[in-house]
Design a protein around this ligand. Structure first.
Ligand SMILES: C[S@@+](CC[C@H](N)C(=O)[O-])C[C@H]1O[C@@H](n2cnc3c(N)ncnc32)[C@H](O)[C@@H]1O
Length: 205
């Protein structure tokens, strides 16, 4: 990692806060801020977290759902285990059908919320990164549609760019309410945004 980048990160407010409050990533605050504003996750919910390593969103979701909920995290990379019995993780590629099957067999029931912070390795070529990010968002949407209950919610990371409107149109086909969110904890310079779909029109039977 470049030295300037490491120094910049150390000055970052949410980076420091995450260290102090023992969150595995500063990204935890993006999820907390979105939930605080839109109330799409609550105590007792069953949550699927796609692209979950190192586990900041898992920690944030577990805090919201509490001991009666359930959080399942999936990533290409291994995730250091959690002590709580209602948090489970496994290594998987969200673009593979077998991963959907593994998710379905690990869930205690239909999911209330699917969240996806999955991100490709950044190439630095804007069009390529944007297209890969939208592709991961679309694959995540497919998993959400196969796992969510009627009226469930889906929160997903995207990058700004010309494929975004088409993705938002797809979200609107499936969710009654669709919002574009830029949480305070998301760096202003970053082109990342989050799309929230609430009230899934047709859940899994
Ligand atoms: C920004 S990080 C997620 C951070 C996480 N939300 C947290 O709070 O700790 C993005 C993650 O997406 C994962 N990822 C990228 N492509 C994936 C794929 N096809 N399947 C599963 N995970 C993927 C990466 O391995 C990486 O860990």
């Amino acid at each position: 990692m470049p030295k300037a980048w490491i120094q910049q990160r150390k000055k970052d407010y949410y980076y420091k806060k995450a260290k102090e409050e023992k969150y595995r990533s500063r990204a935890a605050y993006k999820l907390f801020q979105a939930i605080e504003k839109y109330h799409f996750m609550k105590s007792g919910d069953v949550v699927v977290d796609l692209g979950a390593a190192p586990g900041g969103w898992i920690q944030a979701a577990r805090k919201v759902v509490g001991s009666k909920g359930f959080v399942l995290g999936v990533d290409l990379k291994s995730i250091e285990p959690f002590s709580q019995s209602n948090v489970r993780t496994f290594i998987g590629d969200l673009t593979k059908l077998e991963t959907l099957e593994q998710i379905l067999s690990a869930l205690p029931g239909k999911a209330d919320v699917v969240i996806s912070d999955a991100s490709p390795n950044i190439s630095g070529i804007w069009e390529v990164d944007h297209a890969r990010q939208i592709d991961l968002a679309e694959q995540s949407l497919k998993i959400a549609l196969e796992t969510l209950r009627f009226s469930g919610s889906f929160f997903v990371k995207v990058f700004e760019g010309d494929l975004l409107n088409n993705f938002i149109a797809k979200m609107k086909e499936h969710f009654e309410i669709v919002r574009i969110i830029k949480p305070k904890a998301s760096r202003v310079k970053s082109s990342e945004l989050f799309i929230l779909g609430m009230r899934l029109r047709k859940g899994v039977n």
